[in-house]
Design a binder for this molecule. Structure first.
Ligand code: ATP
Ligand code: MG
Length: 474
């Protein structure tokens, strides 16, 4: 079969072809680029394999381009990279790899194209397009990758146990490609993942989380999580999430399965956002349910405080998974902590002050919080879902009205600690904080207006209660 070369690829393919011929190296386009082009997906990086020295080929190609791009050489891996018109082109010499059992660092030797294809993870990633004069543009398909693209199958080129044992990250990649492309993992390959799952423990957490985040960012992340759960990988890489699975029944009363519920929430949310961290907050929102679960004979199952404990678990989980411990983590923590608040506002007779408090606590993340809460409605009863969604629309309307009136989002109380200290001639202390809080609470509760003069008068009143005197001249 011939690969249809597009106009914008032709120049670079020809250039690699000519330089490879001059050096006497057979050369091929391989891997994800070929796969994605055949699937009509957006292509990213371009990988070139040559039977020869990849670094020399990259340098030769670079000298023919204008302006001449910088070639980044990775001596240790025998690869070189250059950037051309916004794409990264990576050059590597064909190689054979063998792995030691206790490490994923391979011993690398030069090899043939076939050796190189053998060491690739899946048949659909092992397709090559020839850049050689005699068969330029023809597809080399040693393992039935074309058929598997057609049949939407993820399968390893060699015996799966060997492929996974050589580099266990490939198990995560199988799940990732299955999720991203909506392909099925071939049964023997899937069985091997279950069988070799413990090997994932030798893979670095950074590599694992990169794949997990790709699963989370795909159109149907729940597909990947179900496979991770069913193969036993999830329990190894993210036990807190696997621990959500299961239903306990007491006195004939059960509760919902929090794992499948979480996946439904993630799925609902993913229809409305590509924000990775908002998606993470869906994954984490009920994470503390197992730890807070109680059975109360008159009420049934309760999970009191799971939002607070869940928020407290976020840093630990993020650290273990090698996720960032910065404002992104804080954002997830905040959404987990607040995820029950909007529902409490769907009752009747909600005061403006309750709405103001939520606006103050959520700040700019209020819209994301509302998206999360709406996704959290997973009843099977369509009538119920409709009614709940309707209630949320009302809350949203109130949020808009109160915000327009009071501007609480991003709001800072009008009296600062400095003003308090100056007025009463006191130094930083607990009292300053107490007065500041009292002013904030009074405004949020609607006891006083949200303006400087009202807040100043209230400060004087509070100061007096605390036995403070106004400093002369202030
Ligand atoms: P994407 O770029 O969308 O993540 P990709 O398939 O291009 O997908 P890369 O990590 O860019 O993935 O790797 C390029 C190619 O290198 C793959 O298509 C595959 O042939 C090979 N490859 C990458 N990682 C592995 C691995 N762990 N084991 C075997 N082959 C791999
Ligand atoms: Mg790639």
């Amino acid at each position: 079969m011939i690969f249809e070369i597009k106009n914008d690829e032709k120049k670079i393919f020809d250039l690699v072809s000519e330089n490879a011929r001059e050096l006497g190296y057979p050369a091929y386009v391989v891997g994800g680029y070929v796969r994605d082009r055949l699937l009509g997906r957006q292509t990213k990086d371009l990988d070139i394999v040559c039977v020869g020295n990849g670094i020399r080929l990259a340098q030769a190609v670079a000298t023919c381009l204008r302006p001449v791009p910088r070639v980044t050489v990775y001596q240790r891996f025998g690869t070189a990279m250059l950037r051309y018109r916004g794409i990264e082109i990576e050059f590597v010499g064909a190689r054979k790899e063998s792995y030691r059992h206790d490490s994923r660092k391979p011993a690398v030797e030069e090899g043939s194209l076939e050796d190189d294809q053998n060491r690739r993870d899946f048949t659909i990633n092992a397709l090559a397009v020839s850049l050689n004069a005699e068969d330029f543009g023809s597809i080399v398909d040693s393992f039935g990758g074309l058929k598997h693209l057609e049949e939407k199958i993820i399968k390893t080129p060699l015996e799966p146990g060997r492929t996974f044992s050589d580099d266990p990250l490939r198990m995560m990649r199988a799940v990732r490609f299955s999720t991203q492309l909506d392909f099925e993992i071939e049964p023997e390959t899937l069985k091997a993942i279950s069988l070799f799952r413990n090997r994932i423990n030798i893979v670095s957490r950074e590599r694992i989380i990169t794949e997990l985040n790709k699963i989370i960012l795909s159109d149907q992340p729940s597909k990947g999580f179900k496979i991770l759960y069913d193969t036993g990988l999830l329990k190894l890489i993210f036990p807190e999430m696997a621990g959500l699975q299961g239903v306990e029944v007491k006195n004939g009363i059960g509760h919902k399965d929090n794992f499948y519920h979480t996946l439904e929430v993630l799925e609902n949310l993913s229809k409305n956002t590509d924000n990775l961290w908002l998606r993470w907050s869906a994954i984490m929102h009920d994470i503390a349910k197992p730890a807070t679960k109680r059975f109360q004979p008159k009420i049934g199952w309760t999970f009191h405080g799971h939002e607070a404990l869940g928020a407290a678990m976020v840093p630990r989980v993020f650290k273990k998974l090698c996720l960032p411990l910065d404002h992104k983590m804080k954002y997830v923590q905040k959404l987990v902590r607040l995820h029950l608040r909007p529902i409490s506002l769907t009752k009747e007779n909600i005061t403006d002050s309750a709405i103001r408090r939520l606006l103050f606590d959520a700040g700019d993340d209020i819209d994301d919080l509302m998206l999360l809460c709406q996704a959290d409605i997973t009843s099977k009863n369509a009538q119920k879902v409709k009614r709940y969604l309707n209630n949320y629309e009302l809350v949203k309307q109130r949020l808009i009205e109160v915000e327009e009136k009071d501007h609480i989002r991003n709001w800072q109380p009008p009296i600062s600690g400095e003003i308090i200290m100056e007025t009463f001639g006191i130094s930083p202390s607990r009292q300053v904080g107490d007065i500041k809080n009292a002013i904030r609470e009074a405004i949020l509760d609607g006891v006083i207006d949200n303006d400087y003069q009202a807040a100043f008068d209230y400060m004087l009143k509070k100061g007096k209660e605390f036995g403070l005197e106004v400093e002369q001249g202030s």
